[in-house]
Design a protein around this ligand. Structure first.
Ligand SMILES: [Zn+2]
Length: 411
């Protein structure tokens, strides 16, 4: 399962939220279900934990742990089978104010498989297995090649996939008796040419339809890989995406890992370069009279999105906007406020009563949905480059490159 930008953003935001939460006692439950574990197994396990929890001394902790387990059990019932990458529950009573608690529930389907089954009850949620799943989102094609073997793979984030391994029929240097040296050379060259053509076709099959392919890394032990590139064996669309060639000791599945390791530096600089380019393009447009093809400021960007004018939406990964509707249960006073994280409480400004949180909308997720509806590309920009920092500080984390100009004040 590949996450789209909206899912990525939501997963990241949820994870950050989960990390901040504190329980009063050891009453926050983290449950990791790997894809291989049956839902019925998990339910049975939880029923066991439920009976165990009757031994908990503190009655409030016992009550909270049991209600958290019940809540997970209820949610498990809506699953016929374990999702593709497994599932993770963070459920429990978080501390609110001095001595109150409130139930929180997060159910996440992670972008990479959950590695092992884990049940933990603690005063904090346990998120370590999920850390790093979002570190690198890019997709790269991997191609290893020498005259005897080729391997094709894919790098998705941190995950390396083997797609195909083929051996060549190119004869080795040992000449058969009776063959002339020249004829033998020729045979070898024909066989090698056929093999390279085959590898090129396999690469096209594997990489050609991969939306969002950032680049292709080529590896192998000798000069064959460079010959392959120089002679233009790769389809010209793929050729344009070749990042570089790297020397590896292996051309088999093991070599894929080696290739990614060798290319690490190039990869992280490519990611940053892409972000820099996008923000730079935005700045170039802004400098033009009437803002050129740029929009910034939440109202203007939203307006541009709604009329389908946005080509690329730039959203800082650090941007957080949550709109909360409050209502006073006593006097009926209503208030709408914008936050960066969900607030715990608000006192009514009319009568001092504690207000109810009636609705909570993540404005960034709303933007993603809006963008999807009008086929606008969304680019998440990290805060790691100077330009990414600028997007956050100068434009509140949100800007757009437009399909057509709107003029400085929008239309
Ligand atoms: Zn009130």
């Amino acid at each position: 399962m590949e996450l789209n930008n909206q899912q990525r953003y939501e997963f990241k935001t949820a994870l950050e939220k989960v990390k901040e939460l504190q329980g009063k006692g050891t009453e926050l439950i983290s449950l990791y279900v790997p894809p291989t574990r049956q839902i019925s197994d998990v339910s049975n396990y939880l029923k066991g934990e439920y009976s165990q929890s009757s031994n908990i001394k503190s009655s409030s902790t016992r009550k909270n742990v049991q209600s958290a387990i019940s809540s997970i059990l209820a949610r498990l019932r809506s699953y016929k089978r374990t999702p593709e990458n497994g599932i993770v529950f963070f459920i429990g009573h978080r501390k609110v104010g001095a001595d109150q608690t409130r139930m929180v529930q997060f159910v996440l389907e992670p972008p990479e498989p959950v590695p092992t089954f884990l049940y933990r009850c603690d005063s904090q949620f346990y998120t370590e297995p999920l850390d790093g799943m979002l570190l690198d989102k890019s997709i790269y094609g991997l191609l290893l090649l020498d005259r005897s073997e080729a391997t094709i793979g894919m790098l998705r984030g941190k995950r390396i996939e083997l797609i195909k391994n083929v051996e060549s029929q190119v004869p080795s240097k040992h000449r058969m008796g009776g063959q002339s040296a020249r004829r033998f050379e020729r045979l070898i060259e024909i066989a090698a040419h056929e093999f390279f053509k085959k590898v090129s076709d396999l690469a096209l099959d594997a990489f050609g339809n991969e939306k969002g392919l950032e680049g292709i890394l080529i590896g192998g032990p000798g000069p064959t890989k460079d010959f392959f590139i120089k002679e233009g064996y790769l389809h010209h669309e793929l050729q344009k995406k070749v990042v570089d060639t790297f020397d590896t000791g292996y051309t088999d599945e093991y070599g894929l890992r080696e290739l990614v390791e060798k290319a690490k530096e190039s990869l992280s600089s490519i990611d940053l370069m892409r972000e820099k380019r996008l923000v730079q393009k935005l700045l170039d447009e802004i400098r033009k009279p009437d803002c050129g093809l740029a929009a910034y400021g939440e109202a203007q960007v939203k307006n541009a999105l709604q009329i389908g004018a946005v080509d690329t939406l730039l959203v800082s990964e650090e941007m957080k906007r949550i709109k909360v509707d409050w209502k006073c249960p006593k006097c009926g006073f209503e208030k709408e406020l914008i936050y960066t994280t969900t607030p715990d409480e608000l006192k009514c400004e009319k009568c001092g009563e504690e207000m109810d949180l009636v609705a909570e909308i993540n404005l960034v997720s709303e933007l993603f949905k809006l963008a999807e509806g009008v086929s606008t590309k969304v680019e998440l920009i990290s805060g790691d480059s100077e330009e990414g920092g600028l997007l956050l500080k100068a434009f509140g984390g949100l800007a757009a490159i437009l399909r057509f100009p709107l003029g400085r004040h929008g239309s």
